[in-house]
Design a protein around this ligand. Structure first.
Ligand code: AMP
Length: 284
């Protein structure tokens, strides 16, 4: 039997963290919405290496879903998740209760001024407010020394780093490369929504990013040309609708016209009913 403690209340979690800190342990937090895949597990592996007390939180955060998005249908597999996290050596699984995190009368949110005006923030206007709010709450509850996030959600990492700086959280943010399927598709809990056909079309996201990198290496540094080529790859698959494809400054997220320095490329595509995202650093 692998021992992992399951904590469900804020008080209990804070107590655990106070004890841990007092005994000189480094607390690492991996915040998740559960339904684990290898991407999540790679974050836990990193956490196990760099910390003494590995806390994995599982919480499908209602504040980051807009009405009509997939909050209700978001995949959940709690028992399986516990086994997987235990196997990776998690010390604590924190599963807060929705009513405790957002009690009646809740009205305090973290809003970033500029970063959410780009990329996913355009089609998901409440998303980053929800993410920043719940992550700041988790930071206050778990009191980690280090928190780990995936580069798969690139804009999220940029938002969290900014929030940590702006709000003086004494927490180191570590990001981990995107874990991919053998054909390049970024692992995501939402991949489980895809039909076989859609799964096939989903390969076009990574293919378009790789093509962009190849074009840049071949000296095409006009962002609109690269985006055009990437769009054509995705549009050649039926049932795909591009939300955005952007090439932008890795820190400010502001669009770049000419790629004359390291740039980030990101895209969001709807395949059938499923919205997928991916991104890549572009280097000439
Ligand atoms: P989620 O449960 O989807 O909210 O993700 C929890 C954490 O896992 C976030 O920091 C994500 O960026 C990260 N993550 C999700 N998918 C991947 C992946 N394929 N590779 C690496 N990290 C990931």
């Amino acid at each position: 039997m692998i021992a992992v403690e399951i904590i469900k209340t804020v008080k209990e979690m804070q107590k655990h963290s106070d004890r841990s800190r007092l005994s000189g342990k480094t607390i690492v937090l991996v915040p998740t919405m559960g339904f684990f895949h290898e991407g999540h597990l790679s974050l836990m592996r990193k956490g196990r290496k760099i910390g003494d007390d590995l806390v994995v939180s599982i919480f499908v955060n209602p504040a980051q879903f807009a009405p009509g998005e997939d909050f209700e249908s978001y995949p959940r597999a709690f028992e399986r998740d516990i086994g997987l996290a235990a196997k990776e050596g998690a010390d604590v699984i924190f599963v807060p209760d929705e009513k405790e995190l957002y009690p009646d009368g809740f009205q305090t949110y973290i809003n970033l001024e500029e970063l959410p005006k780009h990329l996913c923030g355009i089609s998901r206007p409440v998303f980053f407010r929800g993410v920043a709010t719940v992550v700041s709450k988790l930071f206050n509850i778990v009191k980690p020394d280090i928190a780990i996030f995936g580069q798969k959600d690139y804009q999220q990492v940029v938002v969290i780093r900014r929030m940590v700086k702006d709000m003086n959280f004494d927490i180191e943010i570590v990001d981990v490369p995107t874990f991919r399927e053998p054909d390049g598709l970024a692992m995501s809990s939402r991949n489980s929504y895809l039909t076989d056909k859609e799964r096939d079309y989903a390969r076009s996201l990574f293919k378009s990013l790789k093509t962009a990198q190849t074009l840049l290496k071949d000296r095409t540094n006009d962002a609109s040309k690269i985006i055009g080529a990437a769009s054509r790859i995705i549009e050649s698959c039926p049932e795909t609708v591009i939300d955005y494809i952007s090439i932008f400054d890795p820190e400010t997220l502001v669009d770049m016209k000419t790629i004359d320095r390291p740039a980030q490329m990101a895209l969001a595509v709807k395949i059938g009913k499923t919205r997928l995202i991916d991104n890549m650093r572009l280097r000439s």
